[in-house]
Design a protein around this ligand. Sequence first.
Ligand SMILES: [Ca+2]
Ligand SMILES: [Ca+2]
Length: 245
Amino acid sequence: MNRYIILCFLALGSQTALAQFELLGTADYMPSGCILLTPNERYAEGIAYSTSKLDLNEYFEIEFDIYLGDKDDLGADGITFVIHDDPREFQAFGTYGEGIGYGRFNSNFVSGNFIAPSVAVEFDTYQNEFQNDPFSDHIAFLVNGSSYHTEYWNNENQQFNLEDDRMHNFRFSWNPETYEIIVRLDNTIVYQGNQNLIEDIFNGNTEVIWGFTSSTGNKYNLQYFCFRRIAYQPPSKLNDEGFGQ
Ligand SMILES: [Ca+2]
Ligand SMILES: [Ca+2]
């Protein structure tokens, strides 16, 4: 209990940490106010969920800076941003290694640990053939605890690398009127889709949990995220016309 109080104090004292998180596995608060997901160690799994749920009836854009480590060839596995309504609520977790703490080893078998119902954006730093991963690091939109994807974004670059010892800006927006989801990495749109999350994924529920999952395997990296802001208003008309963004 004492540790919890101290961590909350640290978080509240930081200008960057404006959200409280439930922490699982190796996840922990960092002195900077960012949230450690995995240390630079083998076979780690860390998950952090905001204690405040999202309301999918409302427009939102949520922004983070993410860090995927500094080892390219020897690094793994990545992180996911997840929105879920799993019955385990703030204790939900998926498989380590190629599951990135979100998914499962084989999309054809609904067994093992995975998070569902859910959607997620994976930032994947290690190639796994069962998940249809390309050679390069990549970003993919995932559904209902399956790490397998048929499409991905890697800037059409087979050398694309996120384990570059740099922070990367990540934004996710949801529009309940148009059902549009937009994901940006470093101001580039890396996923854009239309899906009625409320009806198609969450069976009518609009109050959902959000957070990050992460893992390592035999290869590993330090991985963490920093919450920046959440906005509940869509971009202004000015921005829709191409100004200001
Ligand atoms: Ca890489
Ligand atoms: Ca992978």
